[in-house]
Design a protein around this ligand. Structure first.
Ligand code: GTP
Length: 315
């Protein structure tokens, strides 16, 4: 029997890992599950966050499984099946990966007899929809177009009207997918999962108005040609304020480049550790259990790696 593949796609920082962690904590799967974490940056962080759950994780970093790492992906699937033989594999592709290409990779000659694509979920950050569609439409639209279920994230602080406008725009890109706009906290995730597994089509809300989106043409198709990454592994001890100061600069100055995603786990004083998460306009810092090595990963365009090195080393 072919192994089920659930793909949880979505642009940088949309909430893919959060959703996967939630699915695991709500024990929504009965079978043995393996998670493939694919990070564009060379320093992987999500795998470590999910590993706490005790599930088997396979990390494929430093590129996208949909282009530069397709062969690594195929080999990983074969190894997972041979060594673990799970009932299901959940894939979290990199935020700059194209869902169409990942589906293609899953249906390759080498894998077609082994696996079967099951859920195709794309998480869409409702607050950054316009930013991403305007600047990185080639990647973002592909993720929306090829999903069967689209989950809106960060809906808690967003007005109903804005959610409706974004929903309407999504429907223009993908008229057949189910769009879930209710905050996840208010929904039992198994409702979403059963919807995603059934792939039934939802009614379209006809009342929503159009949103004005200015699209910039992106000619290049390979994420490596468009996005860059910078990473750091360090035993250095930081302070929470310093990390906050650094990350805040990404919003107000372009001297480090156009930073679309920054995340990390670093040590602060008294053997305490923090995890930080940045997407444009939003910084979240939380205390986490002690780790082994500090890690920082940044993705963006036109990154000034010298300045990034300096700011993280000059503390
Ligand atoms: N307020 C709010 N924050 C969210 C929501 N979803 C995710 N976040 C936060 O957004 C940040 C990024 O979430 P992740 O789950 O790591 O996003 P991701 O898509 O896995 O990120 P990458 O894999 O790095 O592209 C974290 O700080 C989350 O807590 C949401 O629905 N509401």
């Amino acid at each position: 029997m072919k192994i089920k593949i659930d793909i949880i796609s979505g642009f940088l920082g949309a909430g893919k890992t959060t959703l996967i962690k939630e699915m695991i904590s709500q024990k929504l799967y009965n079978e043995k599950v393996v998670i493939i974490e694919n990070e564009f940056g060379e320093v992987g962080i999500d795998g470590e966050l999910i590993r706490e759950s005790g599930l088997e994780i396979k990390e494929i970093n430093s590129g996208c499984i949909c282009c530069s790492l397709t062969q690594d992906f195929e080999k990983s699937i074969e190894e997972i099946i041979e060594k673990i033989n799970p009932g299901r594999i959940i894939i979290e592709p990199s935020g700059v990966g194209k869902l169409s290409e990942i589906i293609k990779a899953c249906k390759s000659e080498r894998l077609e007899d082994l696996i079967q694509v099951n859920m195709l979920i794309t998480v869409v950050d409702v607050e950054r929809f316009c930013l991403y569609i305007s600047n990185f439409g080639e990647f973002f639209e592909d993720q929306i177009k090829n999903a069967k279920t689209i989950l809106l994230s960060r809906t808690n602080n967003t007005g109903k009207e804005e959610i409706e406008l974004v929903t309407r725009e999504i429907q223009k890109i993908n008229s057949r997918g189910n769009i879930v706009s209710t905050p996840w906290q208010e929904l039992k995730l198994n409702t979403i999962i059963s919807l995603a597994e059934k792939n039934t089509i939802s009614p379209i809300n006809k009342k929503v108005k159009n949103i004005r989106v200015v699209k910039e043409k992106v000619k290049k198709s390979n994420s490596h040609k468009v996005f860059q990454s910078w990473g750091l592994e360090t035993p250095r001890i930081f302070t929470k304020n310093k990390i906050e100061d650094i990350v805040r600069k990404f919003d107000i100055s372009k001297e480090y480049g156009n930073i679309l995603r920054a995340k990390g786990i670093v040590e602060i004083q008294d053997n305490r550790w923090i995890q930080f998460n940045y997407v444009p306009g939003d910084i979240q810092i939380t205390e986490v259990s002690p780790n082994y090595n500090g890690k920082v990963s940044i993705i963006g365009t036109g990154l000034n790696k010298n300045k990034l090195n300096k700011i993280f080393h000059d503390i």
